[in-house]
Design a protein around this ligand. Structure first.
Ligand code: PLP
Length: 373
């Protein structure tokens, strides 16, 4: 048996770009070039002045166009990434009782934050096995439904629809989905995400598209006098976002790269373009795995297989971690599975920045490794 350390994948099989991590995503060279071009006039300047504020506005207006937002929807942003937004939502979106669909690591976190919160009642948690997703159940007394558009840890996507006849806000973790999956804004009240996944920028920021009902909820909790640490106060975030600012200093490069990606999506046809790129990549990946004698898609229901993050199981005679190691030694990085899932698996991101031809090349490279181990 060949030693994994010395296996050299033939150059003609290799993807042109070897970044397949589920976050941070591959950043396109054009985004980096654009940042460099604006380097001395944008980087290192005040986030309270027009240069940066106009860039924030460009992001907000660009997202409005990308998601075709109805009147009254607003784009909020703040520091701390999606993880911070769970705490902000715990303080400032749940009135008293929330329902959470839990089907993997990320979707469990918001439920956990609410469970720990002394000012809220215990949430209603609806779970399903990893590799599947549960459905929301319209329930009296639930004032917030917490959905996850794409569960990044397992590679499961779910459609975003309002639970029939529900009165609660529909609050969607779209961290890895936004920009890479289609969505109808009339079906959510809050669609929150971070820029380091489908938007191919860097981490550390959260963005939340809010419906008029969500903004009303923010105003209502603010007026109620509930104590909220300023960092998690969505009224402060709302007021700052309306001025194209964040409460405290943001990472300027993140905003610039995000603006470039949103513009690239919009210039090429919008969400159908960006989500279409991910869909094409996903077709390539799952078609390959289904035809393979040693690989299978982990998610059994084809409709639930994510277009942005693919999880592929390997037969017992092949050690997926060895494949990931050989890939890494050949410049193809971050295909390792989600740590806590503990499966003999590779996880391959197919965010819009990733070229579908590179996904095909990755499949060919894996075939070559298995044939030469
Ligand atoms: C990556 C991810 C998060 C965490 O995002 P951070 O910006 O790192 O806090 C949350 N939810 C989902 C679905 C994710 O994919």
């Amino acid at each position: 048996m060949a030693s994994p350390d010395t296996l050299k994948i033939p150059a003609e099989l290799l993807p042109r770009d070897g970044r397949f991590g589920a976050g941070p995503s591959k950043v396109r060279t054009e985004q980096l070039t654009a940042l460099l071009a604006d380097g001395t006039t944008y980087m290192g300047t005040s986030h309270r002045q027009a240069t940066v504020k106009n860039k924030v506005k460009e992001v907000q207006d660009g997202l409005r166009a990308l998601f075709n937002l109805p009147d009254g929807y607003e784009v909020l942003l703040g520091n701390g990434g999606s993880t911070c937004f769970w705490d902000a939502a715990t303080f400032h979106l749940v009135l008293n009782h929330s329902q959470h669909l839990v089907f993997g690591e990320f979707s469990s976190k918001f439920a956990e934050a609410v469970t720990q919160a002394p000012h809220l009642s215990d949430p209603q948690v609806i779970k399903s096995d990893v590799g599947t997703h549960p459905l929301a159940v319209t329930t009296d007394g639930v004032d917030l439904y917490a959905l996850t558009h794409n569960e990044t840890s397992t590679g499961v996507m779910m459609p975003i629809t309002r639970p029939a006849g529900s009165k609660g806000l529909v609050v969607v973790d779209a961290t890895s989905a936004a920009g890479g999956l289609m969505v109808d804004p009339s079906q959510f009240d809050v669609y929150y995400f971070a820029p380091q996944k489908s938007f191919a920028a860097d981490g550390g920021l959260w963005l939340a598209i809010c419906s008029p009902a969500a903004i009303e909820r923010i105003e209502q909790i603010s007026a109620s006098g509930r104590w909220t640490p300023a960092f998690f106060d969505l009224k402060i975030a709302l007021d700052n976002s309306r001025l194209n600012q964040t409460y405290n200093t943001p990472a300027l490069a993140t905003i610039h790269m995000l603006a470039s990606q949103v513009k690239w999506f919009n210039d090429n046809g919008g969400l159908s373009f960006s989500a279409g790129r991910s869909r094409t990549s996903a077709e390539i990946l799952y078609t390959w795995a289904e035809a393979s004698s040693f690989a299978t898609p982990f998610v059994t229901n084809p409709a639930e297989r994510s277009n942005v993050v693919g999880t592929i199981d390997f037969t017992d005679d092949i050690d997926a971690s060895v494949i990931a190691k050989v890939l890494r030694a050949n410049g193809i990085v971050d295909t390792d599975p989600y740590r806590k899932l503990g499966r003999n698996q590779l996880r391959i991101s197919m965010f819009p920045a990733i070229d579908s031809e590179d996904v095909a090349a990755l499949c060919a490279s894996i075939n070559w490794i298995v044939g030469n181990l």
